[in-house]
Ligand binder design. Sequence first.
Ligand code: PAF
Length: 288
Amino acid sequence: MIIAKEISKVKENVREWKKQGLSIGLVPTMGYLHEGHASLIKKAREENDRVIVSDFVNPIQFGPKEDLATYPRDFDADCRLCESIGADLIFNPEPCEMYEDDFHSYVGVNTLSEGLCGKSRPIHFNGVCTVVTKLFNITEADRAYFGQKDAQQLAIVRRMVRDLNYNIQIVGCPIIREADGLAKSSRNTYLSENERQKATILHKALEQGEKMVRDGETDANKIVKTVRDIIESEPLAKVDYVEIVDWNELQKVDKIDGPILMAVAVYIGKVRLIDNFIVENSIVIEMV
Ligand code: PAF
């Protein structure tokens, strides 16, 4: 597996692969890889001739009070995981390689970035869109793989690709969970043992919401209230948001009559966790 720190080294390999007519799959990550990332890399491995994993904690998607400095990192372990799945190249640039001192160009998707996580993380999605754009351009990937756990990110990246005619296919992949239902996340490592146990409340609450949808409930506010009440029954949990939005525009809905995303963001102690499910054509496509 090639380890590339420089953009030029990635481009050199990409040029060679393109010359040979090979397809390229990209898995953008911020490292500290877990089974959720592994599932994306495996899917990319199945569907492409060459697989690039980017491993870069992107500073411009963190707000000034967020966890950029403490975000967990273990590059050696990341390399071992990528190699074991058969990735061809891992791209691990320094921030100065990605953002020169006079960097001034940003990409953003209005409206879709304003609700849900965008409310408490106002610069986050512009940072994501900008770095993802750079990664698409550097790797010239045919497909890029994103997890459904970051459902708003997935919707925004898809919209950006459609609106701006990027030449890439975005592949959404299911949430990977721990045995007790907690969605896998690099940030789970911040939880104390007690918090880790209590964090299962997100999944339990969403399961109840999902059951209501399956049973035919279409009153979104009723489902939101039930899910919120369950989460708030846990004293360590503080709700950032519990919302049902339409899965295309990410705008709040009162009635479920099309594809929807039910998404939650909850602080367990100081750790902010997110989780969700999506319903399309009356079928819950997550957690089934
Ligand atoms: O989902 C993530 O890990 C990041 O937001 C991404 C897509 C790698 C961009 O930095």
